[in-house]
Every structure is written in C-alpha cells, then in structure tokens.
Design a protein around this ligand. Structure first.
Ligand code: NAP
Length: 569
C-alpha cells in the first residue's frame, strides 16, 4: 500500500453489484485535506439527501487496505489514532461528510452541549486543560476533535465525502469489497464500523407538516439563517436536545410554545466557568487532570445502579432529589403537575439542566401538554382544540436510532445479509462482532451504549479489542475471523437476562428499545465490568480460518500474544 499522501484512488464508472467488477486502477487523487464542516440543510423539514449516482463503471482497485474505518466521530477517529500509534499506515477512515466530528459536527443547534463532564467526555490519552466549563459546548468539543485529528496526524488517512453504501465479503480472498456512494470500490481486509447512533434526524411525521407555510427545522440539521428573533416558535419534544435548545432561544424569540408529550426526570446541572487559574493549574499538573478524570469516572460508575436498575431500593434517592429540585423551581401547582414524570426514574434518559424549569416559566413561553392533532399551513392544532399561530416549528424529536437492520448494506459469508440477520434487532458478541460477518467490527454497537457514563469509555475499550483482533489475524496469517455462534448467543442471552432487571424496560417508550420492546442499545451494567470483559481478545470465541481454507486453532503463543497486547494497549 502506498503512503496516504500518494494514495491511488479508483475512478468509478457505473454502480452495479460490487461482485461484478473489472480490474483497473485509474487516476491518482491528492491526499484528502480537512474541509470546513458540511453546511447543514436549510429550512423546510429535514429530508435526507438522495444518493448521488455517478454514470461510471466500478473498477477493482489493485491494492487492499488492512483496515477500512467507517465514520470519523470520536470512535472512528479514535480507531484510526490507535492503528497509527501501533505503526499501521495501510488504513483509511471513510467519512460521508467533509470534516471529522460525527454528531458534534452535525448538531449545531443553539445551546448544544454535552451532559457528561468534558474531563470524561474526551480521549483518556488526550486530556485537555482548555475546557471553558465543566460541561463543554458543541463548538469546543468539535474543536477538540479536530485538534486530536491534527495532533495525531489523521488527516492524510481521511477519505472525506465518501459514504460507504455497501460491503460484501469475499471468503476466497478473505477481504471486504466496499462500495462508496458514486460507485468507487475499495478492498479491505477488515472493516471497523463506527457510524454512531445519532446520524439521522427523526421526522415525527405529523399530519400537515408538508403544508406549513413557515419554516420547519430539525435540531439535528440546524440552519443559522432561520430567523427566530421576535418570531412565534414551536418546540416539539422535551428530551435531552429540547432542554438545551429551548433555554438558548427563548430570550430572543417572540413567543415559544413547547409541545411536551412526556414529562422528564431532570437533575440540576451547575456548570461554572473554569477560570484561567484553574486551566493553568491543569496545564501545569497533568497528573491532577488524570486523577480528576478517574474521580469523575468512578463517581459515574457509582451512579450506575441508580440509573440502570428497576428496583425501588435504587429509585427512591435519585427520584426524591429530582422531585425536590422540581418542587423548589416550579411553584405553580398546575405547571408542576404537567412537569411531573409518570414513569420510573431512569426509564428514559435522565436530563441534566438547570435552566429548563426557569425557561418554561418565562413570560414568553407556554407549555402545551395536549397532543398535536395536526400542523396547519399557519400553525399547530392540538387534540384539545388549542391553536397556535406560528412562524417557525422546531422538531427536537431525536434520531433514527438503528436498533434493527444494518447501518449500510452488508453481505457476509454465503452472501448473508446483515439487514436480514438484524431485522428484529441488532446483536453482536460483546457488542462488537456478529457471526457470519468476518473481520467486521462495530464500535458502540449493539448493547454497548452508555446508560450512566461517557460513551468514550466504551469506545476506547472496544478500540483496543478490535486492534488485537486485527493484529492477531495478521500474525496468524488468517483468511478471516468470525465469532462463534455459541459465543454470540451466550453474550446476547446474558444481555437479555440482565436487561430484565433494568429500568429501561419498566414501561416507558424510548429509543433504547427496539419495536419489540427489547433493549439492545445500552449496556446493562458497569462500564468497568464491560472493560474487564473485553480487555483481551480471546481467540477461543472465534472461528479462525487459515490461509488454506481450513479452520486453525490458536496456539498458546497466540493466546499469550493477545494477553501481551491487552496489557500493553
Ligand atoms: P429523544 O430523547 O428521542 O426525545 C425526543 C423528544 O421528542 C421526546 O420528548 C419525544 O416525546 C418527542 N417527540 C417525538 N416525536 C414526537 C411527536 N410526534 N409529537 C410530539 N413529541 C414528539 O431525542 P433527543 O432529545 O434528541 O435526544 C436523543 C439522545 O441524544 C439522548 O438520549 C442523548 O443520548 C443524546 N443527546 C445527548 C446530549 C448530550 O448532552 N450528551 C444532548 C442531546 C442529545 P416522548 O418522550 O413522549 O417520546
């Protein structure tokens, strides 16, 4: 493989099935350079751009990447950094947009910030002393991600504006063939998929929205050109996003009507500025930063049973903290009742906000709890017969989280479709690998979302695990590695059994649950326990296919090699 700077790129010709291809490598493209963030879609409600199809014939590249990473949010970028640190250069990170950052690149709505402390919501290997506040805002987080991409020399490995639309496994060659939107083909021994759960906005499909004469905008595709000053604005949704955007826009709009379907549990979030002196102290004392991170990590771990388990013994303390905070902040009994959740603490994501209740009580804000009947050309009509004239409607209605189906078309051994396998719910061993789809690894995949702590704590552990798998395949000269069905079924059974004890299945609706009511999104346990579980890539859980198409057994030396990798990661 050539160095990234002189990387050859194939010129696509038409888009046919990836298997029907011809061998030829054509033009040489310069190395990918960072570009400005993709402009968010404008005004009228969020529609995904149709795939652009080039009128060209695909050609098979002669070179094979060791790894194709898909996505350049925290996880995908972290994977790239890990591979490069290990001395690998034969990999690329495929990114559908024109910049790194994932959800932090795409979500630019006012007030967008992280509700996990930045000391923990950052790479463990790159602590930052520069955060302005304990909880950083979107702009700072994106800046941090770009900083890491630059510092760790990732840009030459990036393939921007390259959306992977399908991947097909060739068992004979032990490699994947990826199709990039437009038709380009890429060969890779391994795929690490890090598409993130929050890539696509969720349209609430409210009757009449197509006829609205004003502007409809989704928070996940914010457009700063939409004028809000003095306007009559509706905010639909009261989840983690809404409680950020509402307080940020309420002071400038003419009137804000918040349409709440379900009241949420809210905890206060004091977010003091970090002074220059505090930042300097962190710069001067990196050890102290590490200790602070660890402190935050273990504090979050201590909250896990209270946020995860369904049992009343774990609910009374946090529910009463949240309840007394609400009662202290909201004096009007009618409003208080409207803001009181009717499900168990932690069933939906617990929100952290110190400015949501003050915002709801502003003179120019109305909380509407009657369901929406329809959007009319000039406003919103509720089921109770209330009518609101509006200029702008904001959908803070969340994301199309894929807990069923594959993130792109994936065809594994014997052309098995991952969409078919995951049609009732995504499943993977350790949340990372799924049988019949060899050399394919997911980051923050099924069952491994964070219920109580930073997602990066999960992603980093998975990155080390995947790196071990990739290294072992190379060391043992294997054609492919695929998880054994028994190992996968055992892990899934454990997750299902443990999920029965969680509050997520206690009767509320949330994006954690698949249509059949099963949790396959969040990890039902401590992060520390998950990290221990996946610290070492254990080849005994995998079928190892040798170069001569015969299964191979890992020797003691191979096992010891993974132990060494686990402890030197
Ligand atoms: P969400 O939690 O799915 O909330 C969507 C909101 O829209 C809910 O209040 C929902 O009501 C409402 N809604 C949906 N369809 C509706 C309809 N047809 N009519 C009326 N209301 C409707 O989405 P989100 O707030 O964007 O948050 C999603 C996830 O993103 C969070 O759980 C979190 O993991 C992540 N996030 C994180 C941060 C952070 O600070 N780290 C910030 C924002 C988001 P119901 O509750 O009744 O369904």
């Amino acid at each position: 493989m050539t160095a990234p700077e002189e990387q050859q790129n194939v010129t696509p010709e038409t888009s046919t099935r990836p298997n029907e291809t011809i061998q030829k490598v054509t033009s040489v493209k310069p190395a990918a350079k960072p570009r400005a963030a993709a402009k968010p879609a404008a005004t009228k409600a969020t529609v995904t751009k149709p795939a652009v199809k080039a009128d060209v014939t695909p050609v098979m590249p002669s070179e094979v990447l060791e790894v194709a990473v898909i996505g350049s949010g925290f996880s995908g970028l972290g994977m790239g950094i890990r591979l490069k640190k290990a001395g690998m250069t034969n990999f690329r990170v495929f990114e559908k947009a024109g910049d790194v950052g994932g959800t932090w690149r795409d979500n630019v709505y006012p007030g967008c910030a992280c509700d996990v402390k930045s000391q923990l919501y950052s790479y463990s290997f790159e602590p930052s002393a520069e955060w302005s506040n304990a909880y950083a805002n979107q702009g700072e987080i994106l800046k941090y991600i770009r900083f890491c991409a630059t510092k760790y020399g990732m840009y030459p490995f990036m393939r921007f504006n390259s959306k992977v639309v399908s991947a097909t496994f060739n068992a004979e060659q032990g490699e994947w063939l990826l199709t990039i939107e437009g038709g380009e083909l890429v060969r890779a021994k391994n795929i690490v998929a890090a598409p993130g759960p929050f890539a696509d906005p969720k349209d609430p499909h409210i009757k009449g929205s197509a006829d609205f004469k004003g502007t409809i905008i989704h928070t996940a595709r914010w457009d700063n050109n939409v004028e809000l000053k003095g306007k009559r604005v509706a905010l639909i949704g009261t989840g983690a996003t809404a409680v950020q955007v509402g307080p940020a826009i309420a002071p400038e709009v003419g009137h804000l009507t918040v349409f709440q379907r379900t009241a949420n549990w809210i905890m206060p979030r004091p977010n003091p500025n970090l002074s220059d002196a505090e930042k300097q102290e962190s710069r001067d004392n990196p050890l102290k930063m590490k200790i602070n991170r660890l402190k935050n990590y273990w504090l979050n771990e201590a909250t896990a049973p209270f946020l995860i388990l369904k049992y009343d013994a774990f609910k009374s303390v946090p529910s009463s903290i949240s309840t007394s905070y609400r009662q202290k902040k909201v004096k009007d009994p009618v409003l208080l009742k409207k803001l009181t959740p009717n499900y168990k603490f932690g069933c939906k994501r617990v929100l952290v906000s110190s400015d949501w209740y003050p915002t709801i009580q502003r003179e120019n804000v109305t909380l509407e709890v009657s369901g929406i009947k329809q959007i009319t050309p000039t406003g919103i009509e509720t089921i109770d017969g209330n009518y609101y004239e509006l200029d702008v409607i904001i959908f803070a209605t969340g994301y199309e989280v894929r807990n069923t189906g594959a993130p792109f078309k994936v065809y594994g051994l014997n052309n098995a479709s991952l969409d078919d396998k995951w049609k009732d719910g995504a499943e993977a061993f350790d949340g990372i690998a799924t049988n019949n789809f060899p050399n394919l690894y997911f980051l923050v995949g099924p069952f491994t979302g964070p219920g109580h702590t930073s997602v990066i704590a999960y992603a980093e552990a998975q990155i080390d695990y995947v790196w071990q798998a990739i290294e072992l395949r190379k060391q043992m000269n294997l054609k492919y590695i695929t998880v054994k069905p028994k190992a996968e079924a055992g892990f899934v059974k454990t997750m299902d059994q443990r999920s029965e004890h969680t509050v997520w299945k206690s009767g509320c609706a949330s994006w954690y649950l698949s249509p059949n009511g099963r949790n396959n999104v969040l990890y039902p346990g401590f992060n520390a326990e998950y990290r221990m579980r996946i610290m070492r890539f254990n080849p005994a859980n995998y079928l190892l296919m040798g170069a001569d198409n015969a299964p191979v057994k890992a020797s003691l030396r191979d096992h010891l090699s993974t132990v060494k990798m686990a402890f030197t990661a």
